[in-house]
Design a binder for this molecule. Sequence first.
Ligand SMILES: C[S@@+](CC[C@H](N)C(=O)[O-])C[C@H]1O[C@@H](n2cnc3c(N)ncnc32)[C@H](O)[C@@H]1O
Length: 236
Amino acid sequence: MNCDRLAPYYETLERLAFGSCLEQMRFAFLGEVAGAERVILCGDGDGRFLAALLRANTRVQVDFVDLSGRMIEVAERRVVNMGPSLRERVRFFAGDVREFQPQAKGYDLIATHFFLDCFSQAEIAEVVARIGSWAAPGAQWIVSEFREAETLLGRVWTRAIIRGLYAAFRVSTGLRVTRLPNYAAALAQQGYSVRIEKTKLAGLLQSSLWELRAKRGVSRRDGLAEETREPVAIGT
Ligand SMILES: C[S@@+](CC[C@H](N)C(=O)[O-])C[C@H]1O[C@@H](n2cnc3c(N)ncnc32)[C@H](O)[C@@H]1O
């Protein structure tokens, strides 16, 4: 996938297609994560969530990883325009999240907006496990994604829109994925549970706030799934 060509027009195209709906999904939980101090944003694209997070939280330090150099340019320009003190709180890394090596682990917030859908079902568990391995105990993870609505009729039209979006991304970026992966199962497997969920456009869009409670593993002795408790620091 290469979003370089798309980067300068990404925001405009999104607004033409969905108005402010995707933006509302990205920003849905800014209030809940106001206390985050170390954050990693994976595939944040043109940096609109980054800018909102920096405005909302005056202490946060952010690592920003994206495959597209042009997306990073747009995101960095956005933050530079907000002033040097905000720019100092962000480190930009151009590259594949699957190869990224954080300088230090222990992020208390992970955010992936419309990013996990860039991976296939065969890839998603490994991607989520990798990103999840950088989290601090009790970390939060915000996920925004498209999804198929639950009713029969809803499923028909949401599926059609999702197929159309995948086709558009295939043409414009070379993305090979054609179906939404089951990221929820992958997060649960890593010990995350959903705290809050919001949907929009009759179920086509979903944003959810997950919290790391326990890691699920597989016992070598009997092959059964077992739960291993992580030290939890959750203020709920
Ligand atoms: C659909 S865009 C979403 C951008 C933004 N998060 C948003 O809310 O609109 C997906 C973004 O993920 C980036 N991306 C895709 N695969 C990636 C990977 N393996 N590692 C890092 N970034 C990746 C793309 O370059 C692009 O900026």
